[in-house]
Design a protein around this ligand. Structure first.
Ligand SMILES: Cc1cc2nc3c(=O)[nH]c(=O)nc-3n(C[C@H](O)[C@H](O)[C@H](O)COP(=O)(O)O)c2cc1C
Length: 197
């Protein structure tokens, strides 16, 4: 698949096929079964004490709620995200039993990545976004105290890069880079790379 990860060791295809495109096809809308499968995948993520701290605000197929989310997304992300039929704001519940839940953001990430991998398996593409206004989300979408907007996401079918402006098209075609195993897999001591990788 286009832009698949070039891996040293084999990985399952939904992992190698996931990447972050900016070209989405606005003509291909999402049906309810598709959206259902995505949030089913999100629902079955693990979480500390099974707290399931994730909440999702969504806008679908360019409806009013889609516009409301787009209004919260930064201008630079909005240029391409506007064409994705599913826009998501992932929100986390920050406490468990009235005490801070140290793992709430971790668990929201697990849930959203479950959704992403399900999407890839269904031929969709996805792109995370940190570039959105937390304050606008809180105000416009009514997120209460005790909940933290964490990440925005765009999901849809891949569109032609020709739909993008030249600068975005160039970024779309840039190669993908990753750290070496020795930079992040340690054994026995910090900064002691696991020698077999
Ligand atoms: C939490 C998070 C926030 C991100 N925010 C943005 C963003 O605001 N805009 C953007 O274009 N990409 C964003 N990305 C995408 C990353 O740039 C991308 O995942 C990274 O460069 C690796 O590329 P790949 O996803 O194609 O493997 C974000 C990714 C994550 C996980």
């Amino acid at each position: 698949m286009e832009n698949s990860a070039v891996t040293t060791y084999p990985v399952i295809s939904v992992i190698s096929n996931r990447w972050s495109p900016r070209s989405f096809d606005p003509a291909r809308l999402l049906d309810t079964d598709t959206i259902g499968s995505l949030f089913e995948a999100a629902r079955w993520a693990p979480s500390a004490s099974n707290e399931q701290p994730w909440r999702y605000l969504i806008g679908v197929n360019f409806n009013e709620e889609h516009r409301a989310i787009l209004d919260c997304i930064s201008e630079s992300n909005g240029r391409w995200a506007q064409n994705a039929p599913l826009l998501i704001i992932a929100v986390g519940k920050t406490t468990r039993n009235d005490l801070p839940n140290r793992h709430f953001a971790h668990d929201v990430g697990l849930s959203l990545e479950n959704l992403f991998l399900q999407a890839i398996g269904m031929g969709l593409h996805c792109h995370y976004m940190a570039g959105f206004s937390v304050d606008k989300v809180r105000e416009a979408l009514g997120v209460p105290e005790g909940f933290e907007p964490i990440t925005a996401a765009a999901v849809g079918y891949k569109g032609s890069p020709d739909l993008l402006s030249d600068d975005l098209k160039e970024r779309e075609q840039q190669g993908r880079q990753r750290k070496a195993f020795s930079d992040f897999v340690f054994s026995g001591n910090w900064e002691h790379p696991f020698p077999e990788l």
